[in-house]
Design a protein around this ligand. Structure first.
Ligand code: PMP
Length: 434
């Protein structure tokens, strides 16, 4: 039997509930896409349509989407879809021609940033934005050393995968990359995190490597969601700057209002980064991403390097991203994230009094991380059963963190109070069963 045949059999064997049609799809995937892809859930979900917070499978069954931060303004939002279609029908080329759309978008987006951050460079993915940040940081500082948290994820390019320890030991870290513990614990989170960053700086210097930047996801989603106390990032940013390096905020996860408190995660910490990378929710499903930069940080790179990204900032991407920004503003989605997120967290805390397996909850706006524990210790197996139990109840979430025991709850920002109730009812039912 071929490797693909073995892979398909092994995969399907563990998934008793898969229909014959979906088994055939799994086999097609393995044959066409090869072995590096992974599907969500023990019984994968075969989706054909989305609308608002709902996803529909091929039989028309609805699933409550409590996980997708890409379709942040709701799946297939009509205002965004219309903007994409309209622009695609009239002009769909790139940034080497004069065109309004990318400039309109850049100006509208930059108006949401502190005035020090006044340039936008457009990419197609968050990985590309981080890769560009890497190059700009090296050009500006003359350094090559980077510091990330010990279960960080920043993307898929060779360099950035080397700064993404959450990909596991099969993906080597860059030689000039140092890891620091995520900002957790009961002590002084800011001082402890900064001490870790300082130790990493010292280690780089001891090896003759000049520090270039500290890169952090400002809600630490792959580390397990660490958000409190607001302000804890400041001492670490001061430490890297004192060493001649930059502070880069990866806002691919928290950006565009998800925290409810501000448009960007870094704003909770009372600091202004040197660069800010954006992605996922920026195009609500259209591949658009970018990097916001201080002009003085971009100067060295800009004087030496020519930047052209064929699809980054193309007219359709710009029109789509502009429509997303309009929906975030016009539908007051940041406020919705704050209000509905607070109710969501309160509901989960209420359940925790009845279920011992619900450990610490860490939440800001519509980004929630719920620890699952047994006898006080992380329990990845139970977490997996809850995630799959919810999938059977047609509620979609996932798990995160180095021990895979944190439920990652991150719905579209149009999530309503009623959607919270639906989630909590399903969640309670699953907790009773597991
Ligand atoms: N940074 C963070 C924090 C992310 O979560 C991701 C995607 N999961 C990326 C960067 C990479 O974005 P993309 O998949 O668009 O390349």
């Amino acid at each position: 039997m071929t490797n693909t045949g073995q892979m398909v059999n092994a995969y399907v064997a563990g998934r008793g509930n898969l229909s014959a049609e979906d088994q055939a799809l799994v086999a097609r995937r393995a044959r066409a896409l090869g072995p590096a892809y992974r599907l969500f859930y023990e019984t994968p979900v075969h989706l054909v349509r989305g609308e608002g917070v709902w996803l529909y499978d091929k039989d028309g069954k609805a699933y409550l989407d409590t996980y997708n931060n890409v379709a942040s303004v709701g799946h297939c939002h009509p205002h965004v879809v219309a903007a994409t279609a309209r622009q695609a029908a009239v002009f769909a080329s790139h940034t080497r021609y004069l065109h309004d759309s990318v400039l309109d978008y850049a100006e509208a987006l930059l108006a949401h940033f502190p005035s020090d951050l006044s340039h936008l460079m457009m990419t197609c993915t968050g990985s590309e934005a981080n890769d560009l940040a890497y190059r700009i940081a090296c050009a500006h500082t003359g350094g090559t050393g980077f510091i990330v948290t010990d279960n960080a994820y920043h993307g898929v390019t060779h360099t950035i995968a080397g700064m993404s320890p959450s990909l596991g030991t099969g993906v080597p870290l860059g030689e000039h990359v140092r890891l620091v513990p995520a900002p957790k614990g009961a002590g002084d989170v800011g001082a402890d995190f900064a001490a870790g960053v300082q130790a990493a700086i010292d280690d780089l210097l001891r090896h003759g490597i000049k520090p270039a930047a500290l890169f952090v996801d400002t809600v630490f989603s792959s580390d397990g969601v660490f958000v409190d106390p607001a302000g804890f990032l400041r001492p670490a940013a001061e430490a890297i700057r004192a060493a001649g390096g930059l502070f880069i905020a990866d806002e691919v996860q928290p950006g565009f209002g998800r925290t409810g408190e501000a448009m960007w995660g870094f704003q909770r910490h009372g600091l202004i980064p040197d660069m800010v990378s954006l992605g996922k929710p920026m195009g609500n499903g259209y591949p658009v991403a970018g990097l916001v930069i201080r002009p003085e940080v971009l100067a060295a790179f800009g004087s030496k390097a020519r930047y052209f990204n064929t699809f980054g900032g193309n007219a359709v991407a710009a029109a789509t991203a502009m429509a997303v920004l309009e929906v975030v503003q016009n539908e007051h989605l940041q406020d919705n994230a704050r209000v509905v997120g607070a109710a969501f967290a309160e509901g989960l805390r209420g359940l925790a009094s009845n279920f011992d397996c619900l450990g610490q909850l860490r939440a800001v706006g519509l980004f929630l991380g719920q620890d699952i524990i047994r006898d006080g210790a992380p329990d990845a197996t139970l977490t997996g059963r809850i995630v799959n139990g919810l999938r059977e109840a047609r509620v979609l979430i996932s798990a995160t963190g180095p021990q895979a025991h944190v439920l990652k709850i991150r719905p579209p920002l149009v999530f309503s109070m009623q959607n919270v109730d639906t989630f909590l009812t399903a969640f309670e039912g699953v907790l009773r069963k597991v």
